[in-house]
Ligand binder design. Structure first.
Ligand SMILES: [Zn+2]
Length: 518
């Protein structure tokens, strides 16, 4: 227990130097007459967690208005009205974790993924103050890091309330376990006199390894490397022709925006998922005999709200959107729309080619970067996309794409924050929906059929490495559904990550020793 306590203090100290992105997505639920829960409202928060302001942190729990105070620790990238009770505090077990405050009972040993853990029940002692952790902790059995804790804080002060949560840490560097996922849920939570809460919420953290983001430098980053591709386009020794210069200029604006977004932690670095998207794009291009000048690149936006947009010749899809798309044909539908903007040569504002336009605070990103299209361009892209799809290998499978749109249309009024894009155009605005021509050909939406999957729950497809921001396709295979209740389109579920341990590779050991004399 002494080692667990000591490790936890080290963890709190470590977190002071970390400034991860933190995203909370919450769905309020209602129970229908058959006893099924479905979302009726949602809330979204995205920011950067900052626990750096010294000893202040040790007292942030237990202060009146704790939730509100914690919100002050978040720099809002996108501000929603207010999360009533703050979620980010759930990364910390107890900022002043001491053995003397708690009764601890060893329960058993248990594996979480491949990591063997000690399972311990933890209860605050009588009179040990408010806002202590109460619940169960899982401690890995090599260095005694807490890797999961599940419970709530107790007792709550007069002016604030605590929710139940299940908080997971991943082994991101040798010996270092950092918060990655928090699941929270209440079904009958009373606060105030009459207010009741019924919700599920997912909090995700990532962007731990944004080295360049020291506090002082982030507002004045100069991010432009000279891109190799720009060089390739010009003939050796010759000035660019006007057409080539125009293309280079657009590419410079595109590269500026893409690099900046990656640096902030909004965009995953180039990786395997991009290649999968590119393959689908190539299928569309080849079957339509389109030969575009310059590559099309695909990238993943790391946030949950469903959106897609283009930055010059870069097509961007959000993680949340990739999660919920049911199959390749519906992915092709999304990509075909974006590709059409490029094929039709829709205007791309090159103002971002000026480097000073990249000097802005991270939290202004959604104001400074805007890739919205005019309604006329949206319509034209829809029409072109249908044409591309009809010539493509996906032409006979567009029923599922239409079904996805139907499901989206049905849920959109209840989930405005999931549907609201931050950088591009909305999938569903008012009564209109993107690619609506596909709706007519789609089968009837049948919520009771377990073999009709119109849209998946959030978090099912894309796995995000919270340290490097790399994304990959989740390995787990889909399971057969026991009942229609398990379809959960666009819904929030608990987290059960498969924990693994990072072993120290030989190279890092060598780096720690002094170089051998020659
Ligand atoms: Zn569009």
């Amino acid at each position: 227990m002494d080692r667990v306590v000591q490790r936890e203090h080290l963890f709190v100290a470590q977190m002071r130097h970390m400034r991860p992105m933190v995203e909370t997505y919450l769905q309020n639920l209602k129970t229908d007459k058959d006893g099924n829960n479905s979302p009726v409202k949602d809330q979204y928060f995205l920011g950067r967690l900052d626990m750096s302001d010294g000893p202040e942190d040790t007292s942030f729990v237990g202060q009146p208005g704790f939730g509100r105070r914690m919100v002050n620790h978040l720099t809002g990238l996108y501000s929603m009205r207010f999360l009533p009770l703050g979620f980010a505090q759930m990364v910390v077990l107890d900022p002043d974790f001491q053995k003397k405050y708690y009764d601890m009972t060893f329960v058993r040993r248990e594996f979480l993924g491949e990591v063997r853990c000690l399972v311990i029940d933890v209860q605050p002692k009588e009179g040990s103050g408010t806002s202590r952790f109460m619940g169960r902790i899982w401690v890995e059995d090599q260095d005694y890091n807490v890797v999961r804790f599940n419970g709530t804080y107790y007792p709550h002060p007069k002016t604030s309330y605590y929710l139940h949560f299940d908080s997971w840490r991943l082994n991101m560097r040798p010996g270092t376990w950092l918060p990655a996922y928090i699941y929270s849920e209440e079904s009958d939570f009373k606060y105030g006199i009459t207010k009741g809460l019924h919700f599920r919420a997912q909090t995700r953290l990532w962007g731990y390894d944004l080295k360049a983001l020291s506090k002082n430098s982030e507002f004045t980053q100069i991010l432009v490397d000279s891109p190799q591709s720009v060089k390739d386009q010009s003939d050796a020794g010759a000035d660019a022709t006007p057409v080539v210069a125009e293309r280079m200029w657009e590419r410079q604006a595109e590269d500026n925006a893409v690099e900046r977004m990656q640096k902030i932690g909004l965009l995953a670095p180039p990786g395997d998922v991009d290649k999968i998207l590119q393959t689908v794009v190539n299928n569309l291009l080849v079957t339509n005999n389109i030969d575009l000048q310059g590559d099309i690149r695909c990238r993943v936006l790391l946030t949950s709200p469903l959106e897609s947009f283009t930055i010059g010749h870069t097509i961007v899809l959000s993680r949340g959107l990739l999660d919920v798309l049911p199959d390749e044909a519906s992915l092709a539908m999304v990509l075909a729309h974006e590709l059409s903007h490029i094929v039709l040569g829709h205007k791309f504002d090159t103002k971002l080619a000026f480097n000073d336009r990249m000097f802005f605070a991270d939290q202004e990103s959604f104001q400074r970067l805007d890739f919205k299209r005019r309604p006329a361009d949206e319509e034209a892209a829809d029409t072109k996309a249908l044409e591309l799809l009809k010539n493509s290998p996906y032409k006979d499978k567009l029923g599922t794409a239409g079904l996805f749109l139907k499901q989206l249309q049905e849920r959109a009024p209840d989930l405005p924050n999931l549907i609201r894009p931050h950088l591009g155009n909305s999938f569903a605005e008012g009564k209109g929906i993107r690619m609506s021509a596909l709706l007519a050909a789609a089968p009837q939406l049948d919520p009771q059929r377990t073999d009709q999957i119109a849209a998946l729950p959030l978090g099912g497809r894309i796995k995000l490495d919270p340290w490097s921001d790399q994304v990959e396709l989740a390995k787990a295979k889909p399971v057969a559904l026991a009942s229609a209740k398990e379809k959960m389109p666009f819904e929030i579920t608990p987290f059960f990550p498969y924990l693994t341990r990072i072993s120290i590779p030989g190279s890092e050991k060598v780096a720690l020793t002094a170089p051998a004399p020659k």
